[in-house]
Design a protein around this ligand. Structure first.
Ligand SMILES: [Zn+2]
Length: 343
């Protein structure tokens, strides 16, 4: 299996998370993707390839030009403003009854295009964000060609980002860009299976009114876990998209015994849809040892998860999403990829 990877993600560094009364180094740090890359290399898994560079038109298939301009320019605008701080971050959001006004103030722009305060910008963020999208799109090209499977080692992740919002450490929705790229090259139907611990609210929103992409997400119940405001069981899609979104909210403490039953049901839904291609949004934060989450999946069980999904026998692109155990994310990724490759 080819691994698409770029060192550009290291430019998105020095991020801070709001925690308690202050700020802490972000869980979404370069060491995550570096651990994935080094573990796969040390174990001799797969063949590393660099991403191709794709035109912005590929990005505009999912994201609005205004939003992409914001991502591209926000750090420069931050530096030119009176704001201080190493992380450009919003503090004011658009509530119900307010307007999505085109404010010129950088703090206003940050609030206009964010749904939370966990996706800051530093000097190198845009290059890393754009490169991460290129990684996913390159993975799609491989699967369109002679590769039956590929792994896009994306960072930053993407599944919380909508057409015009960043949030949850996500900026461009890498798995959605890949899915659209498959459709634009002739695939009739694409399925996205999101196994990250958190609901893939961005991916759901992007395809919610469409019937050419089936979106399925297994995740911690949003009644008690981020992103709180989407990801419930009664969100089937709308219009012609009705019936093409399925959510599996699961309780804290979910281990493989219960997870595998939900996954089996999800895979039956996938088979009924009969997609041409599968995109897996691979978050490793369902891991029992993840310091930020509350599921109980063991390292070896990621291989079982990969094997279960492999039974679909579909051309598959795996896209890296979350996972915050820097020590174990590489091994967990390796186990999943070994399982889905048929090992
Ligand atoms: Zn997550």
């Amino acid at each position: 299996m080819k691994i698409v990877y770029s060192e550009d993600h290291n430019l998105h560094d020095g991020l801070l998370d709001p925690r308690g009364d202050g700020w802490s180094p972000s869980s979404e740090c370069p060491a995550r993707a570096n651990n994935v890359a080094s573990t796969l290399r040390e174990q001799g898994f797969g063949e590393f390839v660099a991403p191709e560079i794709f035109a912005d038109e590929k990005i505009y298939r999912i994201h609005t030009p205004g939003y992409v301009d914001f991502l591209r320019n926000v750090w420069t605008q931050w530096e030119q403003s009176n704001e201080t701080g190493t992380n450009a971050r919003p503090d004011t959001f658009v509530g119900n009854g307010m307007r999505y006004a085109d404010t010129n103030c950088v703090i206003g722009k940050l609030g206009r295009y964010s749904f939370d305060a966990t996706s800051p910008f530093v000097a190198g963020s845009w290059q890393a964000i754009r490169s991460s999208a290129n990684v996913a799109l390159t993975g799609a090209e491989l699967v369109k060609g002679s590769d039956r499977m590929a792994f896009a080692a994306c960072r930053p992740p993407g599944h919380h980002a909508t057409q015009n919002y960043c949030g949850g450490y996500c900026y461009l929705n890498n798995n959605s860009l890949a899915a659209q790229s498959f459709l634009d090259s002739g695939a009739r139907k694409v399925a996205i299976l999101d196994v990250d611990y958190h609901h893939g609210n961005g991916t759901q929103s992007i395809f919610y009114s469409r019937n050419d992409v089936l979106t399925i997400s297994l995740h911690a119940d949003p009644a008690v876990e981020y992103p709180f405001f989407l990801g419930y069981a009664d969100e089937p899609g709308e219009g012609i998209g009705h019936g093409f979104n399925v959510n599996y909210p699961l309780p804290f403490g979910t281990g493989w015994d219960n997870y595998k039953d939900a996954l089996a049901d999800a895979l039956r839904q996938m088979q009924g849809f009969a997609p041409d291609v599968l995109v897996v949004a691979l978050g490793l934060d369902t891991f029992a040892g993840d310091p930020t989450t509350y599921f109980d999946i063991q390292t070896a069980e990621f291989r079982d998860m990969g094997q279960a999904i492999a039974a679909l026998k579909l051309p598959t692109l795996v896209v890296l999403e979350g996972g915050y155990s820097v020590e174990w994310i590489g091994q967990n990724t390796l186990n999943f990829l070994t399982g889905i490759e048929g090992g």
